[in-house]
Design a protein around this ligand. Sequence first.
Ligand code: ATP
Length: 225
Amino acid sequence: MELLQGEFSLTADLQIEEGHKIALLGPSGGGKSTLLAAIAGFKPPQSGRILWRGEDITNTHPAQRPVTLLFQDHNLFPHLSAAQNIGLGLRPDLKLSRTEHDTVARALARVGLEGHGPKRPAEMSGGQQQRVAIARALLRDKPILMLDEPFAALGPALKQEMLDLVAEIVDAAKATLLMVTHQPEDAIHISDQTLLIANGKAHAPQETTALLANPPEVLRNYLGQ
Ligand SMILES: Nc1ncnc2c1ncn2[C@@H]1O[C@H](COP(=O)(O)OP(=O)(O)OP(=O)(O)O)[C@@H](O)[C@H]1O
């Protein structure tokens, strides 16, 4: 597919195999967020198609796509509590059953926020807010989870913990993960494949360790090697 955006054009001619955990790596402005937005249905391509399990979803409404997309920030509704924000992942009308309330409580505990359910985002730190957003994304149970630099606001220890949690949940659900990161060590930590995007071209995913052991020039420049 090809997507035009002002002066910028993104081309992506590639296939992603289900069940992989894929890091998106490449220079700022290269098109990483644009690719995720195209897959999620927020930016329509000018030409080409996006297929999911052989079905053309190029014109499918974002809500109907098999995808959850989590941004670095602006993920939570400020007037809702942490528990309500998570509950939205289960039921958009928030009419939760007792079992669903329990699921929300477990999700909060899972991201280390037991007892924080009644708090509103403004009463929480940036990292705590992001953990709430992650809890909701994980509950949505879609086959593709896309994270756009999700852990930038977290300290190193917490970031490792969250990467491990995401990996564990993605593996358990046999889901596919696409995660934008600027940290090669995060790519090594969580991904088995890495998709390089530079200068508006998305390359086919390659094995992360092999790619980073022998990076092409554009990746070497980006990594400062
Ligand atoms: N709404 C827009 N209108 C016009 N151009 C845009 C728009 N949004 C982004 N761009 C341009 O598209 C290009 C790709 O942006 P994109 O956000 O996908 O890059 P990125 O690889 O995610 O960068 P970063 O690592 O800095 O987040 C950039 O050159 C950017 O200036």
